[in-house]
Write a new protein. Sequence first.
Length: 168
Amino acid sequence: MRRFARATRASVAVEFALTAIPFFALLFAILEAGVIFFVNATIENSLNDVGRLIRTGQAQTGSMTQTQLIQRICDNVVLVSNCTANLKLDVRTYSTFGSVTFPAALDADGNIVTTLKFDMGNAGDIVLIRAFYKWSVMSPLPTGLANNSGNTRLIQSSIAFRNEPYTS
């Protein structure tokens, strides 16, 4: 037994085994936070492109549907599984910028609300577009990545603008 206590040949392996699990869990959480940031940025960029279609009247004169706009967003978003089914789009019109409100995106259970609207408006209308995607957080650490129930994070982006004076 004394000989076993004095042995140090495997001490590095034991120390690595003790520190490897927390190290790799933290590393995975950092990588996932980076992926979430990247997905958020790509959704934001794609929403700006779709907003440009609505602002210039191309979506209205082309009779684009909500499904087509979601597909346009998802075509530019990477690292998102089942984007067209899980991305939700809310498009509302307002009379003034002061009257623009951001209705709640989630219900009491943490699900995306079902009262989302799709109204691209006409020339000169003020439009608010919001996109929502629920990301399933895989990190085992309580890092704050999950801001929603069910270990998910709500990724959302919004843009508000006045439609240009296009003709139909």
